[in-house]
Design a protein around this ligand. Structure first.
Ligand code: UD1
Length: 369
């Protein structure tokens, strides 16, 4: 083994949507005996935002936990960078792999790039073209600092080329999060998790909301709850609410409509089982737009834009914002069986991580030749 090949690849996760994107890469690295280390920044720390996901996904315990926790964006990012810099100096990784668009992703990419360590970005190229979203800034910076950019859909390739990123850095490998979904979806559905909430298969709506634009202002949060009530006229709504959403509802003393069953965040396998069993999903999440398309469940996205346009053009997703009339019309289409059927986007086939690790190995061979 050369000195280069014995240096570990550092995989960095920090927040709920990272785990299912990085888990299949870790499986591949382990299978191929590529030395690797897993770092958890601690951006998310509650068991139902972190530990429960690790257990569900069968992920190994992180080799290092930075324990950063919640803070303002600048302070959280800076704390992750400070801690991760030391990890990189100690472990001398050959590459840092980051996923998605959370603050931990940005912090790890900046830290590694400044130390001259190549960065690989899983889920590169997505753009909402809305810089008021913190995630959009995280995506842009991370992509421009990365040496290998693993894209999930054609729009990502186009966005990166338009921003001047050379073709040889872009690898269209497909969707690693879908690898994980396909690995667990049958088992998740067989568990019939809806029965635990007294719900019937295809007899309920599933809702999640946590974007600052929907939950961080009293008026917008009230409108979002009204949208849930609108759906609740036709179907019971199960609403696993992010801690920030729960805190805002309490802070503004808003009433959750009685047709809405609010509960704490639900861990991965139960949640994907609940998605499969739902008649429809109402969300402002990025990942859920992709998961609902893969599961062919109608999805109404409470945003005015999406960085994942393939879920709208060929998937089961529609952008509804907070437009009650559009939500009501969509609900009628769904209940009347007139919703579009999703077709699976190219390379969302369960083998994206395999292709990504092939590309990493090829890249390393060239670099160390
Ligand atoms: C983060 C990501 C967002 C992703 C979301 C998924 C960024 C900029 N945003 O948003 O892209 O869709 O995760 O959940 O990185 N909190 C807890 N327990 C936890 C974690 C957070 O109670 O384990 C509360 C804290 O009050 C915290 C707030 O949630 O201040 C927000 O957490 P933070 O990680 O800053 O952002 P998210 O809203 O979770």
């Amino acid at each position: 083994m050369t000195a280069e090949s014995s240096r570990p690849i550092l995989c960095v996760v920090g927040a709920r949507p990272n785990y299912m994107k990085i888990a299949p890469l870790i499986q591949q690295l382990a299978r191929r005996r590529q030395p690797h280390l897993l770092v958890h920044t601690g951006q998310h720390y509650d068991d139902n935002m972190s530990g429960a996901f690790f257990r569900d996904l069968g992920m190994p315990e992180p080799d290092m936990r930075l324990g950063i926790g919640s803070d303002s964006h600048a302070r959280q990012t800076a704390k992750i960078m400070t801690a991760l810099e030391q990890v990189c100096l100690d472990k001398q990784p050959s590459m840092v792999i980051v996923g998605g668009d959370v603050n931990s992703t940005l912090a790890a990419a900046v830290t590694a790039a400044k130390l001259g360590i190549p960065v690989a970005h899983v889920e590169a190229g997505l753009r909402s073209f809305d810089r008021s979203m913190p995630e959009e800034i995280n995506r842009i910076v991370t992509d421009h600092l990365s040496e290998l950019l693993f894209t999930t859909e054609e729009s990502g390739n186009l966005n990166l080329r338009r921003e001047g990123i050379p073709d040889e850095k872009i690898r269209f490998v497909g969707n690693c999060m879908v690898d994980t979904l396909l690995q667990f979806s049958d088992r998740a559905k067989a568990g019939e998790p809806w029965t635990q909430y007294g719900l019937a298969f295809k007899g309920y709506a599933l809702a999640t909301l946590h974007r600052p634009t929907n939950v961080d202002g009293e008026d917008s949060l009230r409108r979002a709850l009204e949208a849930l009530a609108e759906i609740g006229r036709m179907l019971p709504v199960l609403f696993p609410a992010h801690p920030r959403t729960q805190a805002r509802i309490a802070g503004y003393a808003l009433k959750v409509p009685p047709v809405v069953m609010i509960c704490d965040p639900i861990s991965y396998i139960s949640f994907i089982g609940l998605m499969s069993g739902a008649k429809l999903i109402l969300t402002d999440s990025g990942g859920i737009q992709e998961e609902s398309t893969t599961l062919n469940v109608p999805c109404l996205t409470m945003r005015s834009n999406t960085e994942r346009p393939v879920t709208v053009t060929s998937g089961s997703n529609r952008l509804v914002g907070a437009d009650r009339a559009l939500i009501a019309a969509s609900l009628e289409e769904i209940m009347g069986g007139r919703w579009k059927a999703a077709s699976r986007p190219p390379l969302w086939d369960g083998h994206a991580a395999e292709r990504a690790v092939d590309e990493i190995e090829r890249w390393m061979k060239v670099k160390t030749a």
